[in-house]
Design a protein around this ligand. Structure first.
Ligand SMILES: [Zn+2]
Ligand SMILES: [Zn+2]
Ligand SMILES: [Zn+2]
Length: 281
């Protein structure tokens, strides 16, 4: 399984557009791994998790042919994870040629929001068969605990608690004996989520670390929570010494430069993801 990390920032990007806090100023100065696009990954060049606003530029930067993407898992519909402007270019009116079929996996609430975002751009109805035929896509509505098989992939949906209105989800993706947990965005790993994770052993884990330790403005975990999750996963055998565990979805509040974050994370048994990172497991 090949995992290409396309972006590792929270909704705000990193550094923030207009911020001159110490972290943002240093991030701009150092550049490199400190410059983060909105979070997304692509597996085996064909399974994208979250069609965010930076995804297509990221694909072009990292040599991923976005025209070959066949599967799209949407965690949720917040604007840093779904860009309707990219999506509507599938419509034949945009003269898109040789469109690959796209299986879309998301919750009902997320699909409803995506449809609304899309309608702000074009008169497309995501739920109508006629439009799905034109866009060459199939919509798979899933809920917490659902397992869906697409090609060689087995996908398990897990409630993230991040937005109950739309049932925001995170996903476990397994492929030919390898397994990744992509855990952004999460409010926390709740009791129901642990029930599903308990039955797995992961090769790669991504966890949401929007905030630094002791600096939690709500809606997402902070570094202290991530450290606890990492310990709990190891104790439960969900991860082992071979598992690659990375924090992603990073904002400036309480976080630091990539190097400083790596040092702190390293002491707690995980690492910090960065844009352009490629994993082969
Ligand atoms: Zn987000
Ligand atoms: Zn800042
Ligand atoms: Zn979100």
């Amino acid at each position: 399984m090949k995992i290409q990390v396309l972006g590792t920032a929270a909704a705000t990007s990193m550094p923030l557009a207009f911020c001159n806090c110490d972290i943002c100023v240093r991030a701009r100065k150092i550049g490199g791994k400190n410059i983060r696009k909105r979070s997304a990954i692509v597996i085996n060049d064909e399974l994208l998790i979250d069609l965010g606003p930076d995804v297509i530029n990221a694909c072009n930067m990292y040599g991923i042919d976005a025209g070959r993407i066949r599967y799209l898992l949407q965690t949720h519909s917040h604007s840093d994870h779904f860009d309707a402007g990219h999506f509507v270019t599938r419509w034949s009116e945009y003269a898109t040629k040789n469109l690959k079929h796209l299986d879309i996996v998301c919750s009902r609430g997320t699909a409803g929001d995506m449809d609304r975002w899309i309608k702000q751009n074009e008169s497309i109805d995501l739920f109508e068969k006629k439009w799905q035929a034109d866009l060459n896509c199939t919509l798979h509505i899933v809920s917490h605990g659902d397992v869906i098989r697409l090609g060689d992939y087995e996908i398990v949906a897990v409630d993230s608690g991040h937005d109950a209105r739309i049932e925001a989800l995170v996903y476990i993706v397994s492929y030919k004996g390898k397994s990744v947990f992509y855990g952004t965005d999460m409010l926390e790993i709740g009791e129901e989520a642990w029930k599903i994770l308990d039955g797995h052993r992961f090769d790669v884990v991504f966890l949401d670390q929007t905030y630094g330790k002791g600096f939690n403005a709500g809606g997402h975990p902070d570094a202290g929570m991530v450290s606890e999750y990492v310990k709990t996963m190891k104790r439960k055998g969900i991860t082992d010494e071979k598992t690659l565990v990375y924090a992603t979805h990073i904002s400036h509040e309480g976080n630091a430069t990539h190097e400083e974050m790596e040092e702190e994370a390293g002491a707690n048994g995980y690492r910090i993801a960065y844009d352009g990172m490629e994993l082969l497991v």
